[in-house]
Write a protein that binds this ligand. Structure first.
Ligand SMILES: Cc1cc2nc3c(=O)[nH]c(=O)nc-3n(C[C@H](O)[C@H](O)[C@H](O)COP(=O)(O)OP(=O)(O)OC[C@H]3O[C@@H](n4cnc5c(N)ncnc54)[C@H](O)[C@@H]3O)c2cc1C
Ligand code: SF4
Length: 333
């Protein structure tokens, strides 16, 4: 691993001011915050990330989970994934979030991994993680070998001719379905961003993954008040039962009255270049009878825009079955 300066932040304004000197907050950033380190240190060992300065944010007071005045939830940036998944309010009111987190990684990793770190985890595309290979995300303009080679696990929604990498997070899929907001303290003050607007599609700039600018520190995430009586489920399909990323996953939040779906929030994982909210599936479900025909129609709508690569055409049917099964199971719960 290359050499770098390490410092412990005790004041968020000072940490933001230091990080604001970075040339970018994206791939190649020379200043990086570190939280759990389970993504950053991994990539530093591989020389995929080579920051010259690393600012440890674990001593900042960002590690609490609290109810908000409007009965929603405020989740600090450094709250560990395991604490979030096992929090009684999350288990009671946002079960889909608890299930999504617990489906990811391992208990040891979840004990280290944080809310903000999870939101900013990087793709598992094998070429991105191998500096001997070209990769537009790691080194803009070098090409995308995945398009003509190993792409079995990569994206079928939101890809471009420059990058087809999947966003690997489980937690983010649930947060997308729950209409979370990401709160940021930056050099120019504080701002909040709707979850769906935070991650960027690759387009011609796959090295830019989020709207973050130099110095931006995620301070917390908020969830709106829970939907009373909603049925929630996260279903993850993968090559083995644990310690594996999703090939396809679905986060489902449904409200059903008298057999009719009155509200639906749907997001998919493992198939998109960002956590994939599906307004198409939601429209196909809303005001419809909760039955298998409706569920399959929603799945067809969600995957209508899918564009398979040479090795991952199977994901289209897999994702449809994943969503159909998640809807059926949630509705019956
Ligand atoms: C073997 C393995 C298996 C895994 N399996 C899964 C899985 O199945 N599902 C899944 O979803 N995830 C999985 N993960 C990924 C894991 O969830 C992430 O590594 C973890 O969530 C990252 O959190 P962290 O706190 O360790 O991030 P860090 O490594 O500390 O940081 C990640 C990035 O976020 C930035 N950052 C951190 N905090 C802030 C902040 N407050 N503001 C601004 N920037 C910040 C850092 O600078 C860095 O760029 C796996 C990881 C490993 C190593
Ligand atoms: S899919 Fe994206 S991350 Fe993977 S090699 Fe292509 S450009 Fe790089």
């Amino acid at each position: 691993m290359h050499t770098f300066e390490f410092e412990r932040a005790t004041d968020s304004a000072a940490a933001v001011a230091t990080a604001a000197h970075a040339k970018t907050a994206q791939q190649g950033a020379d200043v990086r915050f570190v939280a759990g380190g389970t993504t950053l240190l991994d990539l530093m060992k591989l020389n995929v990330e080579t920051p010259v300065r690393v600012i440890d944010i674990n001593r900042l007071p960002l590690d609490t989970i609290e109810a908000t005045p409007d009965s929603g939830l405020k989740i600090g940036a450094t709250v560990r994934n395991s604490d979030l998944a096992n929090h009684p309010m999350v288990q009671r009111d946002y079960a889909v979030l608890s299930q999504a987190i617990l489906s990811g990684a391992s208990a040891q990793l979840r004990n280290m991994a944080t809310t903000a770190g999870n939101i900013l985890q990087r793709t598992r595309c094998m070429y991105f993680r191998d500096t001997a290979m070209p990769c537009n995300k790691r080194e803009p303009g070098t090409g995308c070998p995945a398009i003509t080679a190993n792409n079995r696990t990569l994206a079928i929604l939101g890809a471009s001719e420059h990058c087809i990498a999947t966003n690997p997070s489980d937690m983010c899929v649930a947060m997308a379905a729950l209409d979370a907001k990401i709160h940021i303290q930056g050099p120019k003050g504080q701002r909040a961003i709707a979850f769906g607007d935070f991650h960027l599609l690759p387009g011609s700039t796959p090295h830019r993954e989020t709207v973050l600018e130099p110095g931006d520190l995620i301070t917390h995430v908020t969830l709106p008040p829970p939907i009373a009586g909603s049925k929630q489920l996260y279903l993850k399909l993968r090559d083995r039962a644990s310690y594996e990323f999703a090939l396809a996953s679905a986060a489902v939040v449904l409200t059903i009255n008298g057999g009719k779906i009155t509200e639906a929030r749907i997001a998919l994982g493992g198939v998109g270049t960002k956590p994939w909210r599906s307004p198409e599936a939601e429209a196909a479900l809303t005001n419809k009878t909760a039955n298998d025909v409706t569920f399959r129609q929603a799945a067809e709508a969600a995957l209508r825009g899918a564009r398979p690569q040479s090795e991952n055409g199977f994901k289209i049917e897999l994702a449809k079955r994943c969503l159909t099964h998640a809807l059926r199971t949630a509705a019956a719960s």
